[in-house]
Design a protein around this ligand. Structure first.
Ligand code: ATP
Ligand code: MG
Length: 312
């Protein structure tokens, strides 16, 4: 797996890369800490990778904590007090922090002070100048005063097929000399849901397939054979995607259906359905989200008729 560690090798829009580059270059020239940065994006879109890149480009130590593991404010206090000048605290899943820890971060990020209440007294402790980088896939769960304290905000949207192709190419490198044709890369890029981690996982499976079958040049047809092994069809749909569409057809007879009802019949968590399945089904033109609920498009209906008749 080729995990990029320089900004140059990170595949992203020019606007994102320019914003990060300017903040890093400016901080370095002034010999100050990098600005507090918030990185928002769905699962596998590069939040951790980009945070590591900022640490690497700034050439400073990055400490990492997971939001859900911080249950008491003292856990953060201990971490912050040990940090040295310009170091970075990367808070992954920052939306999971308790409310009092959010509040503690306000003065840390604004004035560099840790404000602690001990009995009836308030104590202010001046921290070294540090950077907070937060990552989240649930920005709506962050309090506005916290969001406002991040000078740099980056939203890693779903990637274009062109950018996914670049990520695929970076990850097809292998020590057996197996190569992918351009057509194979293009075909694969279309089924990766715009998510780098999905692309990388698919490349791995296809490479396993190629090695097992003694294939030295992966063609478009080999891509589909590899994906068949993990239940990914020619449109990039997985088993749960298919179940969603078939349920809308067979159980709800194409009537608009609320996400809660749909999730319970499909047997999937509502949030996962909304974040990991629905966007791809909508962008593939198979599912429609209306005020009344979810329903199949004409293409979605054709797809269900095709898969259910294949199964019969
Ligand atoms: N823009 C990119 N360019 C190249 N590779 C990328 C890019 N974004 C992500 N990747 C690769 O995709 C994989 C997933 O990235 P990463 O772990 O950073 O995602 P994440 O957003 O932190 O995911 P999660 O929400 O699960 O924490 C990694 O192997 C990473 O190297
Ligand atoms: Mg991550």
């Amino acid at each position: 797996m080729a995990r990029p560690y320089t900004l140059e090798s990170f595949i992203a829009s020019d606007s994102i890369k320019n914003l990060i580059k300017i903040s890093i270059d400016s901080a370095k020239k002034q010999d100050i800490s990098c600005p507090h940065s918030l990185i928002v994006g769905g699962a596998g879109t590069g939040k951790t990778t980009l945070s590591n890149i900022i640490g690497h480009e700034m050439d400073v130590k990055m400490h990492t904590i997971m939001g859900p593991t911080i249950t008491k404010d003292m856990m953060l206090v201990n971490k912050l007090m040990k940090m040295k000048t310009h170091e970075i605290l990367f808070i992954d899943e920052i939306h999971s922090l308790p409310k009092n820890v959010f509040e503690m971060l306000y003065s840390v990020m604004e004035d560099g002070f840790l404000t602690m209440r001990i009995g009836n007294n308030t104590m202010n402790y001046k921290l070294k100048p540090i950077t907070i980088i937060g990552a989240t896939n649930m920005p709506e769960c962050l309090p506005t005063p916290l969001v406002d304290r991040f000078k740099v905000k980056v939203h890693l949207n779903l990637y274009t097929n062109e950018d996914i192709s670049k990520i695929i190419k970076l990850n097809t490198f292998n020590d057996r000399g197996i190569t992918f044709t351009d057509d194979a890369v293009t075909a694969l890029s279309k089924v990766c849901r715009g998510v780098p981690r999905v692309a990388i996982n698919y490349v791995d499976t296809i490479l396993d397939y190629a090695i097992a079958k003694d294939i030295m040049q992966v063609e478009e047809s080999d891509v589909q054979c590899g994906l068949d092994l993990i239940g990914i069809d020619r449109l990039g749909l997985n088993d749960t995607d298919r179940r969603i569409l078939v349920t809308l057809y067979e159980t709800f007879l194409c009537m608009p259906t609320g996400i809660e009802t749909l999730a319970s019949v499909v047997g999937q968590n509502e949030k996962i359905l909304a974040t990991q399945h629905e966007p791809f089904l909508i962008s593939s033109g198979l599912l429609l989200k209306t005020g009344q609920g979810r329903t199949l498009t004409e293409a979605g209906l054709d797809y269900v008729v095709e898969v259910t008749s294949d199964e019969a």
